[in-house]
Ligand binder design. Sequence first.
Ligand code: NAP
Length: 242
Amino acid sequence: MKYALVTGGARGIGRAVSLKLAKAGYHILINYRANTQAAKETLGIISENGGRGELLQFDVSNPEDIRNKLGAWIENNPDNVIEILVNNAGIKKDNLMLLMEEEEWSSVIKTNLDSIFHVTRMVLKKMIANRYGRIVNVVSLSGLKGLPGQTNYSGSKAGVIGVTKALAQEVGRRKITVNAVAPGFIKTDMTESIDEKDFKSMIPMRRFGTSEEVAEVVSFLASPGASYITGEVISVNGGLYT
Ligand code: NAP
């Protein structure tokens, strides 16, 4: 059995990625922070469709929690290799920089950027030994373009783009690819408070995207067929910004 870890794999884009990779035959480690019900629902859909998976709760912003829980899974599964890592978990706490609280800055950086370091290096060891791996980081249009009110979020996602490009060069010769997918406006809980009507005229496709449309690209980059693509950032934004 091949394993894929999807952080924040219980809801939104992460859920769509979990379902897609399960269909491709992977046993999915569904990570989440607090919403156990959503995680169970995701696992339920996977099982109903004949796939396999399990819940793996840990807080990606907490290095000790990652070491304890992901570390324990790796130790207890010595013969299983996580072939695919999708670093998808993310939060936003928007505010103008002048008004931004330190907590709003640091929690977004810890969850969106620091997590990439702590989760990825834990999984990378075995990928390197196995000489195969696919790492896909979910970034954002905001990290490419910069958006006002999102200095914390834009900074975290731009940071992940830098990590993606640097790590791709470190591990390419081990047959591990590292890429990023940059969604624009996607209909999930994260964008619940944003009215599609107010923004769709700016988008050439004249609508928000779906989690499934993002998952299509993530699953392609995670597939064996994407073997000669690395260090790339692919936008899924309906033409909003390229
Ligand atoms: P979402 O619907 O809010 O879901 C977020 C998921 O991440 C949830 O499963 C949540 O777990 C998990 N998560 C959050 N903090 C976590 C933590 N500290 N530890 C572990 N899991 C954590 O978000 P989404 O819209 O699907 O976004 C997914 C990714 O796409 C994020 O990185 C986001 O920045 C990026 N993105 C989204 C959009 C968009 O328009 N939606 C656009 C560009 C980029 P719980 O359920 O337990 O809270």
